[in-house]
Write a protein that binds this ligand. Structure first.
Ligand code: EPU
Length: 421
């Protein structure tokens, strides 16, 4: 387990390129199970979560080559429809294999993902939707055992606009008999990227990017290729790295409309932002952060995956702000660690009240999950003295060598390899 040692206080400036989106890749990869043969996923990020999904797909019989962000997946020899606990426990997104396996092979056995660091995170909507499509689903010995000779089209109204349920049901519906309508579907760009890939594979889908997606099932899908969209959460995290250090960041390869809500909040907090042809430029001035409240919501609202980073930023604002998470009500494990750095934050129900301080001071802090870790790195970049962020394997799940990007912008950050951190 590696750690980061950060000597804070450096103003970040310069240009960076944003990688492909983890959460798009994690849906695109299992979608290849819907066809026979070799598919190509361009711009795939080299992240631990991607390697976890690769291991799972490989366990099912898929072969792959992965070089320079080009991922080729060959599904010609799928030999198993069984996603065991060892794989699924590492990453909840493994449950994305359920829909494609069931649709293509008529059966799937997928471990239940269990709890997560910030709450139960159920998958009832995935299962209810598949049942509506005629699947016979049993929960036994920690596994979802699903069977359906042929799924059939259905009208599915999601109680919550769930990203994962939309992705799973969308994939399943492509090979069902008849028409499926998913109401209150997720509009996140990662779902649109998945739907675009399915279209290229021969699926018939309407309403991509809207809350009603209609799928006319087809008999077969064919392998294809797609560009993975850029990672809006990596981009947002790097923008806050610029903002919290009073720096100037220019990033390329990212569509600004993926980040409208974050950009608006950064502007409200005093940053100047220029958007131009897939380039975003942020200019911040040190020591004058205007307190700015956020409330997370589904796309295009402010993303829950940028909540922890915003709390770190607001810890240094000139006054009081509140951050409310409406997607994951308990996602605040970063708060006690930020308090160790001198932040003044209290949490009540699903809101954090942040009283801005003039400075944070370096300390040892512990990563607890991916975005929590990102917030600790951001705080460390702005803190006086030395911050050690332990257990950065959480960060490696979702940010590809973040320390190298930050270093290129002028941060004083080192990865220290070791087992005891
Ligand atoms: N929910 C249910 N039942 C379900 C599914 C979801 O009650 O069957 C609830 C969840 O508990 C949550 C809300 O619905 O309160 C939204 O969950 P959603 O299903 O949209 O989340 P997810 O698909 O499990 C994806 C991302 C997360 C991101 C959320 C929200 C992937 C692989 N993961 O998760 O990303 O936070 O959408 O945008 O796409 C991350 O990257 O750090 C991360 C956690």
């Amino acid at each position: 387990m590696d750690k980061f040692v950060i000597h804070g206080g450096k103003k970040l400036s310069g240009g960076i390129k944003i990688n492909g989106a983890k959460n798009a890749s994690l849906a695109l990869m299992p979608a290849t199970l819907l066809a026979n043969g070799k598919s190509v996923l361009h711009n795939t990020p080299e992240l631990n979560d991607i390697f976890t999904m690769l291991k799972l797909l490989n366990h099912l019989g898929a072969e792959y080559s992965f070089e320079n962000h080009k991922l080729e997946l060959d599904t010609s020899n799928i030999t198993s429809q069984d996603a065991p606990y060892e794989h699924v426990k590492k990453m909840r997104a493994s449950v994305y294999v359920l829909g494609p396996l069931l649709a293509r092979y008529g059966n799937a056995k997928v471990s239940l993902p269990g709890g997560c660091a910030w709450g139960p995170r159920p998958i009832n909507l995935h299962l209810e939707g598949l049942k509506k499509m005629g699947a016979d689903i049993e929960l036994t010995e920690g596994y979802i055992v699903a069977k359906a000779k042929k799924l059939k089209g259905a009208k599915i109204n999601l109680d919550i606009s769930s990203v994962g349920a939309t992705g799973n049901l969308l994939m399943a519906a492509t090979l069902a008999n008849g028409i499926t309508v998913i109401n209150n579907a997720a509009k996140e760009p990662e779902i649109s990227n998945l739907a675009s890939f399915l279209l290229k594979m021969g699926a018939q889908i309407e309403g991509i990017g809207t809350s009603t997606i209609t799928i006319q099932g087809v008999d077969n899908l064919y392998n294809s290729e797609i560009d993975t969209i850029p990672d809006r959460i990596e981009a947002g995290t790097m923008l806050i790295a610029g903002a919290i250090t009073g720096g100037n960041i220019r990033m390329s390869g990212i569509k600004s409309n993926f980040l409208d809500s974050v950009i608006l909040k950064l502007e409200n907090s005093g940053c100047k932002i220029i958007k131009n042809n897939n380039i975003i430029e942020l200019n911040a001035s040190k020591g004058s952060i205007i307190p700015t409240d956020i409330t997370t919501s589904i796309f295009p609202g402010y993303p829950t995956d940028m909540q922890a980073q915003w709390i770190a930023y607001m810890s240094l604002a000139d006054g009081v702000s509140t951050v409310t998470d409406n997607i994951y009500l308990d996602r605040f494990s970063h708060v006690p660690e930020l308090v160790r750095l001198g932040a003044n934050i209290s949490v009540r129900e699903n809101s954090a009240l942040i009283k801005g301080t003039t400075k944070l001071k370096g300390a040892k802090v512990m990563s607890t999950d991916l975005r929590a870790s990102a917030s600790l790195v951001l705080a460390g970049l702005a803190a006086e003295g030395t911050t050690e962020v332990l257990r950065v394997y959480h960060l490696d799940r979702g940010y590809q060598r973040i320390e190298e990007k930050l270093k290129a912008l002028g941060a004083d950050i080192e990865r220290v390899q070791g087992s005891e951190y």
